[in-house]
Design a protein around this ligand. Structure first.
Ligand code: HEC
Length: 206
């Protein structure tokens, strides 16, 4: 299995390198770097090595010169946005209390987690949200008063849902996980987190 994955990665890297302009930026080639990564990680349970295989957007962002390629930034963002699956029932806001629990939980997707249990989103690891939670990271902007300042229009609900579903739809090389796209959160969990951000009764907006 590991061997198949390594050759898959090599194929991806070679295809990418062939497509990109020849640009020598490091004495270590992409193929060598990927080989070392594959050697360095051990697959265990649900945490398999397939996670090291980059999709098109990730490959693009691994190129240090990505910021200069405005046309591809726009094209990839458009393609990521087009792949967002909005809820069939048209309702984008769930329950903020459930959303707070999702935002607080950092469980899920690790080899030691039970894959049949729902994952959390760990939003607080990167964002300030409810003022009651004093411990939060600052990699992402503060989301305090998000609904109060942006309102709860259909357009804002769709933006919040899509941003959580796939952050790269609006910021191609975002550090934020793609919660829907990568199947970390369920549709209901994303709705609940949207409510945490937008519901006027949510502590985020108090
Ligand atoms: C690993 C860090 C990380 C995690 C975890 C994370 N985010 Fe983010 N988020 C970011 C970063 C960085 C940005 C700014 C860059 C961008 O827009 O993608 C951001 C941007 C956002 C924005 C856009 C802000 C704006 O002004 O429009 C929203 C909304 C957001 N995050 C919501 C969430 C929610 C809700 C969660 C949990 C479900 C979450 N984030 C989890 C890193 C993270």
């Amino acid at each position: 299995m590991k061997r198949i994955l390594i050759s898959l990665c090599m194929m991806a890297v070679t295809a990418f390198a062939a497509g990109a302009q020849a640009q020598s930026r490091s004495p270590v080639s992409d193929v060598e770097a990927m080989r070392e990564m594959m050697r360095g990680f051990n697959p265990r349970g649900q945490a398999g090595l397939s996670r090291l295989v980059q999709d098109e957007a990730q490959q693009f962002c691994s190129d240090p010169g990505w910021r200069r390629n405005k046309a591809r930034i726009a094209a990839i963002e458009k393609q990521q946005l087009a792949a967002v699956k909005y809820p069939a029932d048209g309702k984008l806001m769930g329950n903020w209390q459930a959303g707070e629990r999702v935002a607080q939980s950092g469980a899920g997707k690790q080899f030691s987690d039970n894959p049949s249990q729902p994952s959390g989103a760990n939003c607080y690891a990167c964002h300030q949200l409810s003022p009651q939670e004093l411990s939060y990271g600052t990699i992402g902007p503060s989301l305090r008063n998000f609904g109060k300042t942006r309102g709860t229009s259909e357009a804002i609900q769709r933006y919040a849902y899509a941003k959580i579903y796939n952050a790269r739809a609006y910021s191609v090389c975002s550090n934020m996980p793609r919660f829907g796209h990568s199947e970390i959160l369920t549709e209901q969990q994303i709705k609940d987190v949207v409510a945490l951000l937008l519901d006027p009764n949510s502590p985020v907006n108090k």
